[in-house]
Design a protein around this ligand. Sequence first.
Ligand SMILES: [Cu+2]
Length: 413
Amino acid sequence: MGRFYTHAVTSFTALCAMSATASTPVEMVGDFGQYPMNRDGSGTSWVPDSTPMDGLHAVVGDWLTMTHGSITLAQTQQDLPRGGSATFSESMLMVAGRRSLNDGSALTLRAMISAEPMNGAAGYPLLFQTGESADGHTPLVDRQHPHNLFMELAAAYSRTLIGVASWFVYAAPVGEPALGPPAFLHRRASEDNPEAPLSHHHIDSTHISFGVVTGGLIVGRWKLETSLFNGREPDQHRSDIELRSFDSWSTRLSFNPRSDLAIQVSTGHLSSPEALNPSLSTTRTTASVLYEGSIRGARASSTVAFGRNTPSSGSATDAWLVDESLRLGERHTVFGRYERVGLDELPGIQGGTPLSVVSKASLGYQYDFARLGAARFSLGGMVSHHWVPDELVASYGTSANSWTVYLRARIAP
Ligand SMILES: [Cu+2]
């Protein structure tokens, strides 16, 4: 959602002018307190204050509304024998509204949907990706599951205590608990990459949780928050809302020391996250730094993130992620990703237990070829190399490569 809360300075000025005409002044602050609105990421997470704003903004009565969306049509080829080729889509549409209440408080409503269930329950081929299931019986391996129809349905109430101090409550039948950085779909450094990170299930996979309540305290550049939520991953039915008890918790400390940095550390206990292995619980600990600035005249977005999953039985696995995106001029973007991920669930794969460490490096390029109203159209491509550990060579071969090309439309006025 970081991108959603981001719009150009010119439209920001126009927006402030528009808001002056609303019956209650619409405040140009964050959803959860007295800080720049550019800082809001997905769920209750933060991105750097310097994150530029995309999305369509409008003042409707007392509400400041924002709409953001993108749709990507991609073709991928992942090396055999474990890969394959497929055409798939990624998409999201977000609508949010925020209004000030009379007593120094504000109300935010959000909805975010995706058409990814149309990819089919088994998603798309992605070498070494694991997590969730397509049929309720077999874990997905070497495939990326689709995201759910409902990715967020949330309400938040925030209230100023004094000066830059505020508290908030976020409640969502579908939403994101305070665990990990903003979800990869909403990080500028990751948003052009058409593939999901292999580290998703170590770092930010809880972004679709069915039942979340988060309470937090914000003082200036600091935020401390705690969530109670349903730790069970979404099942193979991608269009429903799977409420269960609040059996899991997380807590996160966020700090934006400068306008171009967003830092967080978080930890949480996920009770029975996997329907196929319900007796297993996981403790997840993450740390991340997001940068949004410029490098030699190029607009640079960076993410460095770490995640550790410690299961209730078995050994812990770690994941490292580095995402970088450089926007050169108006039309060109170069992006890259490096990951190193410990995998402990490669069922049916020879040599895949108890722990394998896989690395992947990707390099991509995107060209923005057209603008039409508030929409921007892009063509892109990416190649990836995977370093296969010795014990997995029998299943994957010594060298595993992949490529993905895509066409994308995005709301970006
Ligand atoms: Cu996800």
